[in-house]
Design a protein around this ligand. Structure first.
Ligand code: XIL
Length: 354
């Protein structure tokens, strides 16, 4: 089996590290990466070198989610979070906050009432307000924009059943935007979700943001996560989704881009099927990934001014959340932190667009 990152390819690839993605992006579009705590703490020096050289924006992979920042009712944790924000400011990067209201990674105490019953609307609104005011307020003037609500829409376009909604009602999304704007009137506020290339879900998201706009609330942008695969969604679907999202008048961001190369596999599935590239990625797949990234960048950057940010969800294949015990290859840098052919392909597209 042909394995990439061989001797022949290594030299020109290493040379390419002299090129910085951030210097090649169209004016008005920042390029960033979600970083983990070893990176924001600057323990992972090899990663920090690449992050500071290549990117002008960072997102926190986990640190600013509800659970890590607010594990108990009377306890906020800010040490590593402050270092994340300072790391970005020190390197003149756009610092993003992710996220305030979500159905995952939120401490169970939030939804519990005093009597063992689920917390009621007033209790939940007070907790949401306190959380948002405390966290957004702390980084006022430092965090450029917040994912205020994450993944509130279901695949069929309806409002997802979620603990915040169960307790507060359908206006929980509007309330979160209201509180965030109170806490930092200058911060940009975003709605963030995935599978926006699927028409029903996209329609639900557009309806939701139009409702927020109709209520007179501040909303600046839609984060389209962009957790994609090699052949889905199609380039035509990506184009259509971008046009529709742009049609709201809001900024569009690709907030969590990566390309999953592994099949969906049940736990206990045959390893040769579930984990086909355990010993490396065949060259043909490596090239396919490069072409996929080239097509994506050419498509999402086609219209100047439509896309304000592109963020990869992780720096290298070693860092990606998509491994989960298997070997995945979703990003532009490999496990040894060498740029992959996909990196060169993106560089070529960016140069062509200049
Ligand atoms: C993921 C992180 O990458 C993982 O480390 C964590 O275990 C789970 O969350 N959509 C989002 C992100 O909005 O916050 C998720 O991040 C990936 C899916």
């Amino acid at each position: 089996m042909a394995i990439t990152a061989g001797v022949i390819a290594a030299a020109p690839m290493a040379a390419r590290q002299d090129v910085a993605l951030k210097d090649l992006m169209p004016k008005g579009t920042v390029i960033g990466v979600a970083i983990n705590q070893r990176q924001s703490d600057q323990v992972d020096k090899a990663a920090v070198d690449i992050i500071t050289k290549q990117f002008n924006q960072i997102s926190p992979e986990n640190l600013l989610k509800f659970q890590p920042v607010h594990p108990a009712a009377d306890r906020y944790v800010f040490d590593a979070q402050d270092r994340y924000v300072q790391f970005g400011l020190d390197h003149h990067m756009q610092v993003i906050g992710h996220n305030l209201v979500w159905h995952q990674q939120t401490s169970p105490w939030v939804f519990q009432g005093a009597d063992g019953k689920p917390a009621d609307r007033e209790t939940l609104l007070a907790r949401m307000r306190d959380h948002i005011h405390t966290v957004v307020g702390r980084y006022k003037g430092k965090i450029h924009g917040w994912d205020v609500v994450n993944e509130a829409i279901d695949e069929d376009g309806s409002l997802r059943k979620a603990p915040w909604r169960d307790g507060i009602g359908d206006d929980y999304v509007a309330k979160a935007f209201e509180f965030a704007h109170e806490a930092d009137p200058d911060a940009e506020l975003y709605y963030n979700d995935y599978n926006l290339e699927k028409p029903a879900k996209r329609a639900g998201v557009i309806k939701l943001v139009k409702d927020l706009q109709a209520r007179g609330l501040r909303i600046d942008g839609i984060g389209n996560q962009g957790h994609w695969r090699l052949d889905t969604p199609s380039i035509a679907e990506i184009k259509q989704a971008l046009a529709d999202l742009h049609g709201t008048g809001l900024k569009v961001m690709y907030s969590e881009l990566d390309i999953n190369l592994l099949p969906n596999a049940a736990r206990g599935a045959d390893p040769s099927v579930a984990n086909p590239y355990a010993n490396g990625l065949p060259d043909e797949k490596q090239q396919e990934l490069a072409r996929r990234y080239a097509d994506i960048f050419a498509t999402i950057l086609e219209h100047p001014g439509w896309v304000s940010r592109v963020t990869f969800w992780g720096l290298s294949d070693a860092d990606s959340w998509l491994n989960r015990g298997r070997s995945n290859y979703p990003l532009l840098w490999d496990r040894q932190r060498q740029p992959k052919p996909a990196f060169n392909a993106v560089v070529d597209v960016l140069k062509r667009l200049q």
